[in-house]
Design a protein around this ligand. Sequence first.
Ligand SMILES: Cc1ncc(COP(=O)(O)O)c(C=O)c1O
Ligand SMILES: N[C@@H](CCCC[NH3+])C(=O)O
Length: 430
Amino acid sequence: MSVLPAQLLPDNASVTADGRLQIAGVDILELAREFGTPLFVHDEDHIRARCRQAREAFPDGVAYASKAFLCRAIAELAHEEGMHIDVASGGEMHLALQAGVPADRLVLHGNNKSTAELRYALEQRVHRVVVDSFDELDRIEALVAEGLPAPRVLLRITPGVKANTHEFIQTGQDDSKFGFGVRVGHADRAIERAAASPAIELVGLHAHVGSQVFEVGSFEKVAEVLAGIFARFQAKTGPNARMEELCIGGGLGVAYVEGEADCGIVEWGQAVRRACAAAGISAKITAEPGRSIIASSAITLYTVGTIKDIPGVRTYVSVDGGMSDNPRPVLYGSGYETFLPRATDADRPKTIRLVGKHCESGDLLVREGLVPADIRVGDIISTPVTGAYGYSLGSNYNKVPRPAVVFVKDGQARQVIRRETWDDLLRLDC
Ligand SMILES: Cc1ncc(COP(=O)(O)O)c(C=O)c1O
Ligand SMILES: N[C@@H](CCCC[NH3+])C(=O)O
């Protein structure tokens, strides 16, 4: 027997006596009929519960890393739940501001922030600018010399900790485009320069070692490395610099497939705070999780269009989306489960390859998916744990319109992003 592990479904998922999936009391097959496919369906209370866990885990402050998934509704939700919002570009910042999130709840990131992005952040007086390079310090000093207010800054430190995750999403190792390296002395130089600069209010340090990191030990190592720097930083504190905050970044891994287990946000926070205390860091400990807030709140629904059985080779099941709504399998070889929401807890004896509709053989969603033996054309098929880095990493490849996104709560569905139309695809053409 191989049934879908129930813990991969959103918190408020349930299965009716005849096997149909409901989330927050909403019938999933009805949603597919009403909104079409591909469709992202998020359990709103699941997201709210994760935000509350994050606030409990990091009582000194926690930001939602909006790169994982951002739209007006999620910005409003995260703000309502008392989260800051981490924005990694002018576009993310603009969306959050337009959604009504006050600037002083925003944390701006980026290894190559443009002058325009920095100008916008300074004009709006965002909560924190996380400075990533000496060139960025130059740009901020020039903007302040023009008369803009000095920003409150965290310096992004590259601690030389190699997290156990896909190399594309490791960020804390010495050989990284991000941040000020500790081993090469850049971290000390940046702290000295920022602490002496009247254009900067230096309020602390930041480190982020990567994403989809299961080993809490990686975060503990960061605390150890930063403790030494913090002590030196404290000694150098001047009129514009005070040791107030250490942000540990995001990166907590989540389970995507059978056999994976994550420790959860609360345990992560406890481990991080314990490690910081043990290392003698007496600052506010903050964090900025993305994936662990949003990934498992969502499932994606597709319609099966074609089933091709190659005897002795494999069965290809083609759906109406693909690498344009979930590029993670192609980019990182990421694994997902498959199931049929009409038979959610049925045995899945048949192995298939779930593929998209794009003009590439690499366009696969699930390399080895399990499904019930009676899968047929027209079925709605689903991949769970698709709430993070699916919609946000998506594209219009082959001019395939982006899917709709729906939030469900208390038996009701609300569309938070409408489906793109073919005409939308022309909107930027001159
Ligand atoms: C600086 C920074 N903070 C937070 C995050 C969020 O990471 P995750 O979604 O893995 O929690 C990222 C992405 O890896 C990041 O680059
Ligand atoms: N896009 C990556 C995560 C990147 C994290 C952003 N710093 C993923 O889908 O796993």
